[in-house]
Design a protein around this ligand. Structure first.
Ligand code: PMP
Length: 298
């Protein structure tokens, strides 16, 4: 089954991008989430959410699944819905890039475009309005409030990191979108060893170019987000994150999306201040999804 291929992504040690900044005694590892069949970390949450919907009994015949997404969750939903025989409608900011819209259509997703100026919050508001108007037609998956989102990471990402570091992980650094990745993985890692430091990374300003990430102070805050779980919270600058994204391609052979640049920025901030440690971060998707964006890849 396709969904059985979700998870168990590679964990690789970074090398050249750390030169001269991070002490050689500090290891930095990254989990490569584009190895999931739908091409991003969101396969984990989408499968957990859809599986939950299937088992809940709320998905009656003829109903459509509904959610909002800035792209990756929608693509993951599209892939899984197609393979499970569900129909799905997705609210998406109209400025989502061409690749994303084409992939969604290829999977047969019904896409409703929302005001680009309102970003992912505009898409959330549209989905809420649709389900309020047609409660019998749609099952609203609501990735921002759905506990199955963070539980996916509690059940898979956390145990994989613990296993693949042989229990040596000392720091976990992850960027915040819905916050599912950070919440679920942090809860699990702290159960394995409460001394593990968990660091969240978000854009350093409301007007940022870090697709997939949320500036919590100025956004609709996801219900699943609990700021108290983070031992530290860092604000990643857009330009520095983009620069690191480009360096990952040239210096490590890792063609990543821009949120991975932000995650690495956070991991380096943490790692540079240590004498020793095993810092783990996660790269949510591949750079191939952003190649048409001239400001990222001139
Ligand atoms: N990076 C990208 C590219 C994403 O699409 C997302 C999901 N919105 C994230 C990071 C953040 O993941 P999460 O929703 O689990 O916080």
């Amino acid at each position: 089954m396709l969904v059985q291929r979700i998870g168990n992504t590679p964990l690789v040690r970074l090398c050249h991008v750390l030169d001269g900044v991070v002490p050689a005694s500090v290891e930095v590892w990254a989990k490569l989430e584009w190895f999931n069949p739908g091409g991003s970390v969101k396969d984990r949450a989408a499968w957990s959410i859809i599986r939950d919907a299937e088992q809940s009994g709320h998905l009656r015949p003829g109903m459509r699944l509904l959610d909002s997404s800035s792209g990756n969750t929608g693509i993951a939903y599209g892939m899984i819905a197609a393979s499970r025989g569900h129909r799905i409608t997705l609210c998406l900011p109209a400025n989502a890039n061409r690749e994303r819209k084409k992939i969604l259509r290829a999977y047969g997703v019904e896409v409703i475009e929302t005001d680009p100026l309102e970003g992912s919050d505009g898409a959330i508001r549209k989905a809420r309005a649709l389900v309020a108007e047609h409660p019998d037609q749609y099952l609203y998956l609501d990735q921002y409030s759905n506990d199955a989102n963070w539980r996916a990471h509690y059940e898979t990402t956390g145990p994989e990191i613990w296993r693949d570091t042989g229990g040596r992980v000392t720091h976990w650094v992850s960027a915040l979108g819905t916050s599912g990745t950070f919440m679920g993985t942090s809860r699990r890692l702290k159960e394995y060893d409460p001394r593990i430091t968990c660091v969240s990374v978000q854009p350093d300003s409301p007007f940022h170019g870090l697709e997939g990430l949320k500036h919590m102070e100025s956004a609709i805050v996801p219900r699943i987000y609990d700021a108290t779980l983070a031992d530290r919270d860092l604000g990643a600058p857009t330009e520095a994150s983009i620069a690191l994204m480009r360096r990952l391609a040239r210096e490590e052979g890792l063609l990543v999306g821009v949120s991975a640049g932000a995650a690495l920025w956070g991991a380096i901030e943490v790692a540079r201040a240590l004498d020793e440690g095993v810092v783990v971060t996660l790269f949510p998707d591949s750079g191939e999804r952003y190649l048409s964006e001239e400001h990222l890849w001139p």
